[in-house]
Ligand binder design. Structure first.
Ligand code: 3H9
Length: 696
């Protein structure tokens, strides 16, 4: 008996408890333990029924994802075979779902003859989020229990349902609320003499066979580049058109294919990367944090307003401060308009809007910020302006308050010098639009204390954001990489490519938009002024003349109905502009470039080499703690396709030696923008990994 499986008996009932923290995942040891216990139960004439439950708050969170890349030991049965053998047991087996039953956990439960659930249990098939399909019978058993529509909703959507809903649709037989295990035993006694109820034997009939194509259409907008959602539909469809055995065979084949494919590997990498971000050296559960019960934002512009909405959404009162009453009122009005749009689209009610608006108050007086727990400064990117604000904040804010800057590029160490509490000064870099984008780069400056770090990391969670801890440096992590890649894109335009060709390549790679369309959205003028600042640091490097020339024409992007593209009235998608093409050709001529053709592959290689090499520099400089942190930043902040796993993971897939050679080649064209990273060189020669790289 393995220790992850506990076995008890009461009267004629056997009880298996899966005890494999933290998630009771179905590891090799767990599967082996259950298999042995079930085999013993079948032979044991003194037992009439068997219950399978979980220790702690979870039933089973699924197959053990960490073991997906490992060879299964010979004495461990495959999960789907174990579940089949449970279903074939001549005596009833009952799943007692004490908590979360996900993926293989729900499949295990559906192989059992009965299911009882705690009222707080959640049941789901989230495999699609890992780029796979349920692979242990889920696509065949779930439709047999709940019908096609519900099965598709759960398997293709991947969201769990609550026990009560599961009872309503026939997925569980009873909800138990009191003493869960005693009640489960009582249930087992009730059903033990009534025989088994194999799910696989349920006959399926379809009333409306168009449902599957309807689902295929429905998932199209959100499934670009993904295979798993479509395969989920096909497998559920197969449950209606095939025998149970044939359906299982098809499911198995597709599951193995997807599991071993690059896309699922990338999505599994992202699953663990998202969990790694919370692991900060020196930070533990016991690290003291400040409770954030009130907040303030300085600057009532788009960014400040968006940040304030996050606090209101999390039921935290927030003050917005700006210099003039007008600016404050306009800012608050824009917030209301944003909320009203959500009401119009049915996302929430007017009542919710009113509640949230009540939490937002405006002021022009710094004294009003004296009692807030955190202030986030979100004004124009100007060092002197920011220092002046921090000086004011230092004077009025209570001593324990955290003073944060939303700067996307300035040196927080320098900002901190004007305060007497550098330990409480940090960065909270939100991405635009701040009320929508999930990413927060939480910036630890030189003197930021671990308590402040712990507080802002926790705050990210409270605000339902993905907070990644980064260090101080030009553009921190995300923008530092983005600016180099954008420059390389602009250099390619100077040498012969066109913005729309580059954008198409980057879009087809899986990004939501290319660098030029993105620039039109954010503002050509904004990028221009950042570039002017960056000249102080990188004035001796090649500059993007095409950006400067475009800026001079006054084409600032969507806000002026034209930037790299032209935007027809009311259109958010631009069309290629002949005038811009003329400007590009003239710029190339002046720069002495004989324009040449770029293949799509070359564009992609150059763009990604810029991202990856800069990412490696960022790691080398300690601005990010792990390669996987960079992947999270790029997925959440810039839409790097999840099924490619982020730039660092992607680099590993391509091969670091190959990437390193490309970077060395491009270095000739772009000079120090693509100075080969020493870390990249070392990892390439050692056969190392950027995606798994960690500075500790
Ligand atoms: C599957 O079942 C395939 C089958 O159809 C077919 C097979 C043949 N495996 O998220 P948390 C770890 S695919 C391994 O921080 P929470 C997690 O890494 C699977 N480890 O906590 C973390 O470890 P650490 C289908 C797992 O409370 C710790 O548990 N199932 C697994 O915010 C705590 O996790 C899923 O996709 C796992 N399956 O959320 C469910 N699950 O402490 C995936 C968790 O070292 N899991 N861990 O960082 C989740 O969605 C969330 O983890 C869960 C808990 C909701 C369970």
């Amino acid at each position: 008996m393995t220790e992850v499986i506990k076995f008890d008996k009461e009267d004629r009932i056997g009880l298996i408890t899966i005890d494999n923290p933290p998630a009771n995942a179905l590891s090799f040891a767990v599967v082996k333990g259950i298999a042995n216990t079930v085999a013993n139960f079948v032979e044991d004439t003194e037992l009439s029924a068997l219950i399978i439950s979980g220790a702690g708050k979870m039933f089973v969170a699924g197959a053990d994802i960490r073991e997906f890349n490992m060879a299964r030991p010979k004495d461990v049965p495959e999960l789907h075979n174990l579940i089949n053998s449970i279903e074939e047991s001549p005596k009833p087996i009952i799943a007692a779902l004490n908590g979360l039953a996900l993926g293989g956990g729900l499949e295990l439960a559906m192989g059992c003859h009965f299911r009882v659930a705690h009222e707080k249990a959640l049941l789901g098939q989230p495999e699609v989020k890992l780029g796979i399909i349920p692979g242990a019978g889920g696509t065949q058993r779930l439709p047999r229990l709940v019908g096609a529509e519900m099965a598709l909703k759960m398997i293709v959507g991947g969201e769990p349902i609550a026990a009560k809903e599961a009872l309503g649709v026939g997925l569980v037989d009873e909800i138990l609320t009191e003493d869960f295990i005693s009640d489960s035993i009582a249930f087992a006694k009730k059903v033990m003499s009534g025989g088994t109820r194999p799910t696989g034997k349920i006959k399926l009939e379809i009333t409306d066979s168009t449902i599957f194509d309807k689902w295929r259409d429905k998932i199209k907008p959100k499934s670009r580049g993904l295979d798993a959602p479509y395969e989920c539909v096909s497998c559920v469809e197969a449950a209606f058109n095939n025998s149970f055995e044939k359906g299982l065979e098809l499911e198995r084949k597709i599951f193995v294919n997807l599991r071993d494919g690059e896309k699922s590997k990338a999505m599994r990498h992202m699953f663990f990367a998202e969990r790694e971000i919370n692991k900060v050296p020196g930070l533990s559960r016991n690290t003291e944090t400040l409770d954030i019960n009130s907040a303030a934002v300085v600057g009532a512009g788009t960014m400040g307003g968006g940040i304030a909405m996050n606090f209101a959404n999390a039921s935290i009162p927030v003050k917005i401060l700006d210099i003039t009453k007008d600016a404050v009122e306009t800012g608050i009005e824009i917030i209301r308009k944003n909320y009203n749009r959500s009401v119009a689209s049915g996302r929430f009610t007017q009542e919710t809007v009113e509640k949230r608006m009540e939490l937002i108050t405006g002021t022009t007086d710094y004294q009003d910020l004296s009692q807030v727990d955190i202030v986030i400064e979100a004004v124009f990117e100007d060092m002197e302006l920011k220092k002046g604000i921090f000086l004011e904040l230092e004077k009025v804010c209570k001593s324990e308050a955290i003073l944060a800057s939303n700067t996307s590029s300035l040196d927080i160490n320098e900002i901190a010098t004007v305060t007497n509490r550098p330990d409480k000064v940090c960065g909270t870099h939100f991405f635009s639009p701040a009320n929508v984008m999930k990413l927060m780069e939480n910036v630890r400056a030189k003197d930021t204390s671990i308590e402040t770090v712990a507080t802002i990391m926790r705050l990210s969670k409270t605000l339902k954001k993905t907070g990644v801890l980064v260090g101080v440096g030009d553009g921190f992590v995300g923008n530092r990489m983005m600016h180099v890649a954008a420059r390389v894109a602009e250099f390619m335009v100077e040498e012969g490519a066109l913005p729309w060709q580059i954008d198409e390549v980057i879009y087809n790679f899986g990004f939501p938009m290319g660098p030029f369309a993105m620039n039109d959205l954010a503002g050509v003028d904004v990028r221009y002024s950042i570039r002017q600042e960056q000249k102080k640091l990188y004035g001796d490097r090649r500059q993007s003349i095409i950006l400067e020339n475009l800026y001079q024409t006054g084409r600032f992007g969507q806000k002026t109905n034209g930037g790299w593209y032209t935007y027809d009235k009311g259109e958010r998608k631009g069309r290629p502009e002949p005038e811009v093409e003329t400007l590009i050709v003239e710029t190339s001529k002046k720069l002495g470039f004989k324009r040449r053709k770029f293949s799509d592959q070359e564009i992609l290689d150059r763009y990604l080499a810029a991202l990856i090499n800069t990412g490696a520099h960022v790691l080398e400089e300690g601005l990010a703690m792990r390669g996987s942190d960079i992947d999270v930043i790029w997925n959440y902040g810039y839409g790097f396709p999840r099924y490619r796993g982020g730039p660092m993971f992607y680099a590993d897939q391509v091969g670091l030696d190959k990437i390193y050679k490309s970077v060395c080649n491009y270095n000739t064209d772009y000079g120090d923008w693509l100075r080969p990273s020493i870390l990249l060189e070392r990892l390439a020669s050692e056969g190392g990994s950027l995606g798994k790289y960690s500075i500790d």
